[in-house]
Design a protein around this ligand. Structure first.
Ligand code: SF4
Length: 306
């Protein structure tokens, strides 16, 4: 007999209790996955939640660098990924050689990596950032040191404009956010003139220029909850709408563009989570020589952001 979604969901809830597994999910996960998670957040909050996880096994419902971050921060815990092939094209765009080449010509530079990077890039990074803490952290770095900001380039440009601090950037962007155009936003604004425009900083500068609010996923959820407005044009991946609906029921959400769907995030399904819990697979591990260096960059992020 084919299992229904509600049977799968019940089995997942039973198994995670039986096997003492703590499930951490990103806001871009499917709604039914957010609903079975113990913790849902942005990539910064996920890293902190993994570090403070109350159980010895963590299942990360997110793309590969998120599970890796948990494995880097929690060497004594078992970290499971329900779909290790779920990856981030932007995170994979930079190589160690790109960082080393930059370092060779700018030996005094600070390497600042977006958390959307593989473990081996974090290992050659001085400090990691996420969209929720990049401005706060970069403002604390020595003013006279050059910075090499590793993707996202749009986020880097936004931080530069916020802090009035030039940075060298690796040219790579999130394909999902970069696909939103100013024309998309203007079209939506024409259809919904009363709506506030909430934009993720991975969007292009000309899109950000039209925003009423620019912030990380957590910032967008928070803004919608606190705002007196009832309509919002959402300029980030569609998964966030589930969280906003939970926190701010009754508010109308309009996606800035229908294609704001990350196929990698959505490649994780309830079926895959169930299999992962049944088989206790796939265990994510990072070689110790890389893990220990990457942990310094992630640890500094947590320390500077708090
Ligand atoms: S939404 Fe963009 S940055 Fe996030 S995982 Fe997907 S491709 Fe990567």
């Amino acid at each position: 007999m084919k299992q229904t979604d509600s049977m799968i969901r019940e089995r997942i809830l039973d198994l995670k209790k039986e096997r003492s597994v703590y499930i951490i999910a990103h806001y871009y996960q499917r709604p039914e996955i957010q609903d079975i998670a113990d913790f849902v957040g942005d990539s910064y909050a996920m890293a902190v939640a993994a570090k403070n996880a109350p159980l010895d096994t963590i299942l990360v419902a997110g793309v590969d660098f998120m599970a890796e971050s948990a494995a880097i921060l929690c060497p004594d815990k078992k970290v499971l990924s329900p779909e290790p092939k779920a990856t981030c094209p932007m995170a994979n765009s930079i190589t160690i050689a790109d960082v080393q080449n930059y370092k060779r010509s700018h030996p005094e530079a600070i390497i600042v990596s977006y958390v959307n990077t593989p473990a081996e890039i974090k290992a050659v990074t001085d400090i990691c950032v996420t969209s929720s803490n990049a401005a706060k952290i970069i403002a604390k770095l020595p003013q006279d040191a050059p910075i090499f900001f590793i993707p996202d380039e749009n986020l880097g440009q936004y931080i530069t404009s916020q802090l009035n601090r030039p940075m060298d950037m690796f040219p790579s962007r999130c394909p999902i956010h970069a696909a939103v155009t100013a024309a998309d936003i203007l079209q939506r604004k024409q259809e919904y003139p009363e709506a506030d425009i909430l934009i993720h900083p991975e969007c292009a500068p000309e899109v950000i220029a039209l925003a009423d609010f620019v912030g990380s996923t957590a910032g967008i959820v928070d803004y919608a909850a606190k705002s007196d407005k009832n309509q919002f044009i959402i300029g980030t991946e569609c998964g966030i709408m589930h969280r906003i609906n939970q926190v701010s029921p009754g508010k109308e959400l309009i996606l800035a563009k229908e294609e704001l769907i990350c196929p990698n995030m959505k490649s994780i399904t309830l079926d895959k989570i169930l299999y992962s819990l049944e088989a206790m697979e796939t265990v994510i591990s990072v070689p110790e020589a890389i893990r220990s260096r990457a942990a310094v960059a992630l640890g500094k992020m947590i320390a500077y952001a708090s």
